[in-house]
Design a binder for this molecule. Structure first.
Ligand SMILES: NC(=O)c1ccc[n+]([C@@H]2O[C@H](COP(=O)([O-])OP(=O)(O)OC[C@H]3O[C@@H](n4cnc5c(N)ncnc54)[C@H](OP(=O)(O)O)[C@@H]3O)[C@@H](O)[C@H]2O)c1
Length: 300
């Protein structure tokens, strides 16, 4: 059973593995209501009660697809926690240029649209998807505060922010930001070395990590480094009687910041397998052995 991880400053706990909705529409078994319901139910059975959305996922349609299932099965609403994101504007009929919008009008518009599409009264967490070079943290803090007071959002956070960007926004907010959701996997370990995770520990909150399997690269290695990494993981998995994915997910659990990986697989068996990663804790030596091959160098 996947445990919960507590965010003490927010009086909220989420599942230690979160299920990501980015690739929902890529599911080879389709993305009709029954299939989405099957996945939500499986996650809940395994203890995964937190779902990571964004307004833009599935060409702005995945929130709505998920919301239709919640409308049909309203009992699910009290069992799950919903995280969503806003701020990216994709080019299309409305805008010729991809851009970010973190104005108070857009954040409010996007939150209210997500509430409608997801068919819920309140969102547990809303993240600003990308750092906007034009963001005004005072204006952002103002709209965060109003939306919390109106009961539309419980907590705000950020995604893909540098430590200084995080600090800048936090300095203007009345309430603690919930998280910084960042890319982190064996082939991109920068957040451990650039202050991102240090800041989360200092702030008493947990980072969420996206693309934990490097978009599946860990399972279909191409480069020499990827092949060596995959071989090392296989060797450890064999010794521990685990599968490769279980070792990949277990690797995140050693970090003291309390990393929360977001699962991207659409495969039911792979979701089940991931949920069992807690049974295979890694020793410090195995953890460093994986880091060493993935970075292509031993620590100094
Ligand atoms: N904040 C941000 O900017 C941001 C950016 C990207 C993603 N995210 C979030 O992070 C979530 C996860 O990201 P992700 O989808 O890139 O995760 P990921 O696990 O790194 O990649 C998922 C891909 O890997 C494959 N895969 C996963 N487990 C596998 C296994 N055991 N064997 C073989 N292939 C496997 C999946 O294929 P199958 O489906 O066939 O298993 C899928 O194509 C997203 O859903 C989204 O919620 C956030």
């Amino acid at each position: 059973m996947v445990p919960q991880i507590n965010f003490p400053k927010h009086n909220l706990s989420i599942s230690r593995l979160v299920y990501g909705i980015w690739r929902l529409h890529e599911d080879k078994h389709g993305f009709g209501e029954d299939r989405i319901y099957e996945k939500i139910n499986l996650c809940l059975e395994l203890g995964i009660d937190t779902f990571d959305h964004a307004d833009i996922y599935g060409d702005f349609e995945n929130e709505e697809r998920f919301g239709k299932v919640l409308k049909k099965h309203p009992d699910l609403k009290n069992k799950i926690k919903i995280i969503t994101k806003c701020g990216i504007q994709v080019p299309g009929a409305k805008y010729p240029t991809k851009h970010y919008n973190t104005s108070k009008e857009h954040i409010r518009y996007s939150v209210e649209r997500s509430l409608r599409k997801l068919q819920v009264d309140s969102l547990d967490v809303v993240l600003i998807h990308r750092p906007d070079p034009l963001m005004d943290p005072t204006e952002m803090a103002e709209v965060f505060d109003s939306l919390v007071l109106e009961g539309k959002v419980k907590h705000f956070g950020v995604s893909n922010f540098t430590p200084t960007q995080f600090q800048m926004v936090q300095s203007k907010c009345k309430r603690p930001l919930f998280t910084n959701q960042v890319e982190f996997h064996l082939f991109y370990t920068e957040p451990m070395f650039d202050g991102t995770f240090d800041q989360m520990i200092e702030s008493g909150i947990h980072p969420m990590v996206w693309s934990p399997t490097a978009g599946g690269k860990v399972f279909s290695p191409q480069t020499e480094t990827e092949i060596k990494t995959s071989n090392k993981i296989q060797e450890i998995a064999k010794r521990l009687g685990a599968s490769i994915d279980q070792i990949v997910y277990s690797w995140f659990l050693n970090h003291p910041a309390g990393l929360v990986p977001i699962l991207g697989t659409n495969d039911l068996e792979r979701i089940k397998s991931a949920a069992a990663c807690f049974s295979y804790p890694l020793t410090r030596v195995d953890w460093f052995a994986i880091l060493e091959v993935a970075r292509g160098k031993e620590v100094a």
